[in-house]
Design a protein around this ligand. Sequence first.
Ligand SMILES: NC(=O)c1ccc[n+]([C@@H]2O[C@H](COP(=O)([O-])OP(=O)(O)OC[C@H]3O[C@@H](n4cnc5c(N)ncnc54)[C@H](OP(=O)(O)O)[C@@H]3O)[C@@H](O)[C@H]2O)c1
Length: 338
Amino acid sequence: MVESTRIVLASRPVGAPTPADFRIETVELPELREGQVLLRTLYLSLDPYMRGRMSAAKSYADPVEVDDVMVGATVAEVIESRAASFAKGDVVEAYSGWQTHDAVPASSVRKLDPDKAPVSTALGVLGMPGFTAYSGLLKIGQPKPGETVVVAAASGPVGSAVGQIARIKGARAVGIAGGPKKCAYVKDELGFDAAIDHRAPDFVEQLRAAVPEGIDVYFENVAGAVADAVYPLLNTYARVPVCGLIANYNAAGEDEGQDRLPAFYGRILIKSLTIRGFIQTEFVKEMYSDFLHDASGWIAEGRLRYREDIVEGLEHAPEAFIGMLEGRNFGKVVVRVG
Ligand SMILES: NC(=O)c1ccc[n+]([C@@H]2O[C@H](COP(=O)([O-])OP(=O)(O)OC[C@H]3O[C@@H](n4cnc5c(N)ncnc54)[C@H](OP(=O)(O)O)[C@@H]3O)[C@@H](O)[C@H]2O)c1
């Protein structure tokens, strides 16, 4: 019998999640069935969308039920196989969640080549977040040479790739990040043209000064005060791929404030803006192989850089996840489980 240690949703958070919303437990896995592989998790990805899964509110995907294991992408080693296509020792990308072991259908995992890239990158720059940046920016943002692209959460896996791909396409990239360390990284190591600290008291003025010709593409990762500062600077025909709204994820209810929708619509009309939401899965069939090809090439050429924030041990996943929602991570959050 194989045991799996796992983290389940103990209760649905109201507002920001706390450690009490998670519970760690150990269960015995049932015997492996024909067509399944038994996985030992090496790395678990922590991503902002998981906050949505903790809530019962209707969304594009079903919520995690209370007492069920938290969902998540993983990189895992096959430790037993009852499927012809996989052998013991294979390393795969899976969606096996916050747990040390799982038995899953072989058809649900993708084999990785550890010689091509560090396997943890399948959860970041060469995985879902990298693809989100690539597809949302190129399909919806469509940056042209000389245009200005602005993105927040710019040191994270999505934002960092957005700015670097924008530059590869000949655009100017302005990143917004929390604090001087992250800003220095975004500008000096990732090569963005400018990086602005959204916590600085003169953030709005600094942003205006960094985009003297206005903003042509705003890749929306955060909403909130950052979006309030960006919108007045959008140029006519600007494009806004709406990717994420992390400033709102811990909101406990509807915003009771002033109704800003008329002004927002007014701006869309006057500036002929294109604002288009997306979930990256929409573009997988059409663009994923191009993404893997392009991103691998750019990494090899040193034009697409990435940073991982490795957390040691599954038991630390809840606090790392809570910290990520508050901006305490620095780079793609990956939990080393194995
Ligand atoms: N549509 C899709 O298919 C899709 C797929 C993947 C991800 N996403 C979205 O993309 C966004 C980025 O994801 P990621 O994985 O790259 O996250 P990430 O950058 O690793 O982590 C989230 C970052 O958001 C920033 N943040 C949090 N609250 C903020 C606020 N109030 N104002 C400004 N920034 C704030 C923090 O960075 P700072 O310290 O720099 O502020 C934090 O580190 C998220 O909104 C996520 O939900 C969407």
